[in-house]
Design a protein around this ligand. Sequence first.
Ligand code: 6PG
Length: 241
Amino acid sequence: MSVVRRFADAEGVSRAAAEEFAELAVEAVARSGRFTVALSGGSTPQRLYERLAEPPHRERVPWDRVEVFWGDERAVAPDHPDSNARLAVAVLLSRVPIPPEGIHRIHAERADREAAAREYQEEIARVFGLPADGPAPALDLVLLGLGADGHTASLFPGSAALAESRRWVVSHFVPALGAERITLTPPILNRAREVRVLVTGADKAGALRAVLHGPRAPERCPAQLIQPESGRLVWLVDRGA
Ligand code: 6PG
């Protein structure tokens, strides 16, 4: 079941997303003693991350109980301008009292990205206390964005990761980018309790329409693969999208 919440502008999307993040974090910690979240990359979530580092959310989120993962990462060093981890650390994680051991970065800068993907899956499994070769764990929250080509995380049209049905994390070459990416896969993304996709800007309108109302064509529109098994999927979109 997916819900679309529309806001006047990107600020409205970021404000609502920050509210939901904080609420879900408090609920998860009350329920299980911790909050496990996969952050989205790209530029859309920057304002959300900034808001989470400011009052009231900075004080509201139980940062010492938060386990932060990423939905995907580029094959660059963590201080590279394109790094998804760099952005989140700069505008959020370096400004809130989250213990370093609660930050689980994807080491996509490593030459052996297959090993990096395998080890990331092992790290997720360790945090959840699960075997790394079994069913994927249920993250409390997955944040995602949407590309103008219908991709989400690093699940790009026509890429090998779309068909992954067992592994939770894969490294693959993305022809459209001419670059390698490491990404969470539908098996783990669709186990999440809560998924929030943030979409802003007129350049995303076509992709959003295709995902929500177009014919089922996940090869061409990978974001259609995001169908939580039992979790809730909410699209937070601005008027432009
Ligand atoms: C990435 C993201 C990617 C992103 C979309 C939207 O690593 O780029 O994971 O899926 O969410 O490409 O990007 P923008 O928010 O920059 O439009």
